[in-house]
Design a protein around this ligand. Sequence first.
Ligand SMILES: C[S@@+](CC[C@H](N)C(=O)[O-])C[C@H]1O[C@@H](n2cnc3c(N)ncnc32)[C@H](O)[C@@H]1O
Ligand SMILES: Nc1nc2[nH]cc(C(=O)O)c2c(=O)[nH]1
Ligand code: SF4
Ligand SMILES: [Mg+2]
Length: 254
Amino acid sequence: MPVSSDVTRPDDGDGGLPVNELFYSLQGEGSLGGVPSVFVRTSGCNLRCWFCDSYHTSWEPTHAWMDVADVVDAVVDYDRADHVVVTGGEPLLHEPVVDLLHELGERGYHTTVETNGTIHRDAPIDLLSVSPKLANSTPTPERDPTGRGEWADRHERARIDLETLSELVADYDHQLKFVVTDESDVDEVEALLQRLRDVAWVPIHDETVLLMPEGATRERLAETRDRVAELAMAHGYRYTPRLHVDLWNDAPET
Ligand SMILES: C[S@@+](CC[C@H](N)C(=O)[O-])C[C@H]1O[C@@H](n2cnc3c(N)ncnc32)[C@H](O)[C@@H]1O
Ligand SMILES: Nc1nc2[nH]cc(C(=O)O)c2c(=O)[nH]1
Ligand code: SF4
Ligand SMILES: [Mg+2]
């Protein structure tokens, strides 16, 4: 499907979404893990996590432009699913995602939006799955997959926006899903939750906080998952596996 790397729409149309992939799978992460779902993956991101498991939406965006109506038709074609996961890249970068969520809601779909928590939009979203990025995500020159380190400062400045996060948790049923590798990451989660609780005008319950092991491949997950499970137990947070990686490793459209 991918035919372009420009995430600004060319002149030949307005609206529409840069779609990297659209597929049917099982929700692999979070509180709806295991639920058959159609995934709509938009292209383009305002961050550049060094570990991004969707490289072709962030570091090297590729996609085809699709009108919202065509995305809806493609979703409806998967007639076994009543859940839709809108992800990316960063799906909330794109204004037409709001239309898409209205169209899906009107058709009775349960919608989850996977977001990095730096952008707020008003839209009918059943579950906002927020994954605020910790310092462990920053593409330092040593970790940057391109080796250039050009995104480190911009990523570092943008990755946490407390005001936006507090609006998101107030406006939506949510989960907070942190990518973790070690104890210091959990210390950072706790410090962030403290700051968020200080400014948010709704309670943030520990049951909505999930620790997810970092790992885009089975091999890497085998190195991180035991420790992250232990950390979840020690701190009283939920652990979420990455079922899709267990099942299909890093294959596309899974
Ligand atoms: C590719 S992101 C797209 C949505 C949004 N940009 C975000 O980061 O939440 C989807 C989910 O994958 C997680 N993720 C990305 N790369 C990962 C990795 N290597 N290990 C574990 N989780 C990862 C993100 O934290 C997020 O929860
Ligand atoms: N099966 C499966 N479950 C997922 N949950 C969140 C995903 C994402 O990339 O946002 C994802 C994904 O890429 N595949
Ligand atoms: S915010 Fe999400 S899509 Fe963007 S680089 Fe990080 S993991 Fe990838
Ligand atoms: Mg994924």
